[in-house]
Design a protein around this ligand. Structure first.
Ligand SMILES: [Zn+2]
Length: 263
């Protein structure tokens, strides 16, 4: 599932392609939005919030999309074969005279008034990649973290209502970086530990965005995620896989049993 770093890069690509030029093509292939008219509207900005994408228009509307498990956006020169976007898995097409953005396999799509965005993302915790996260966001994130009681850290980091943006990759990488057992009860961390947890997630994901900008997605090799039974990069112990959350919402947790032994 795409995480906050991927969403940042996606938002930047869509913003660069669409901002400031009126749309001359707009198709929302979605039951609740198919009749909406967006041709003639101009994108003022496209931003990510956690794993959500908000494309704002100059007429006071926002297109909200979410990639869920395997969605993605592609940008093609208008007029090319790919820009025609006739495939049944395409859920959204936004095109100007120069560029056409095609949303594949999208998991959520809503068209709302920009002032009502909070209805869609207002329940989320602060976005760890937001510019102001080290100030306002961190304070709020720590407050929400402190309310988690004895929940395992791996589950807390996946819960978008605590902080927004992490999925299984950055949850695992953050816990490995800090040598934390993934099932450590959240209330075992003091304020400094909580701060280190959230700022480490931000640092690792921020680096992925930086590297991704120049070298493309997936250029940062995970330390533990997706490396079951392969040697830990730090100590050579085989990486293990456990689970976070109860079925059917359970997710894999990759971790090193030696570096991240329970304390
Ligand atoms: Zn190790």
């Amino acid at each position: 599932m795409p995480e906050g770093d991927v969403l940042r890069l996606t938002a930047a690509r869509l913003d660069a392609a669409l901002r400031g030029v009126p749309l001359d093509r707009a198709e929302l292939r979605w039951p609740t939005a198919g009749a909406a008219r967006l041709v003639g509207a101009t994108v003022t900005e496209c931003v990510a919030y956690g794993k959500h994408l908000l494309t704002r228009f100059d007429d006071g509307r926002t297109l909200h999309t979410h990639l869920r498990m395997d969605g993605y956006w592609r940008v093609h020169p208008t007029g090319t074969r790919q820009a025609a976007a006739r495939h049944p898995s395409v859920r959204a097409v936004l095109g100007t005279s120069s560029w056409t953005c095609v949303g594949w396999h999208l998991g959520m799509l809503d068209l709302v008034r920009t002032r009502d965005e909070a209805r869609l993302v207002g329940h989320l915790g602060p976005d760890v990649l937001a510019d102001d996260f080290p100030d306002a966001g961190l304070t709020e994130g720590l407050r929400r973290l402190a309310a988690q009681g004895g929940r395992p850290l791996c589950e807390v980091l996946l819960d978008q209502r605590v902080v927004a943006g992490l999925g299984t990759i950055w949850m695992a990488e953050t816990l490995f970086a800090l040598r934390l057992w993934p099932w450590t009860p959240a209330d075992r961390l003091d304020a400094d530990g909580g701060r280190a947890l959230l700022l480490t997630a931000r640092r690792l994901m921020g680096r992925s965005v930086e590297v991704g900008r120049s070298r493309g997605l997936g250029a940062v090799e995970p330390a533990v995620h997706g490396r079951a039974r392969r040697p830990c990069r730090r100590c050579r112990t085989p990486v293990a896989v456990g689970r976070a959350n109860e079925a059917p919402y359970d997710r894999p947790v990759f971790w090193c049993p030696a570096c991240q032994a329970p304390r």
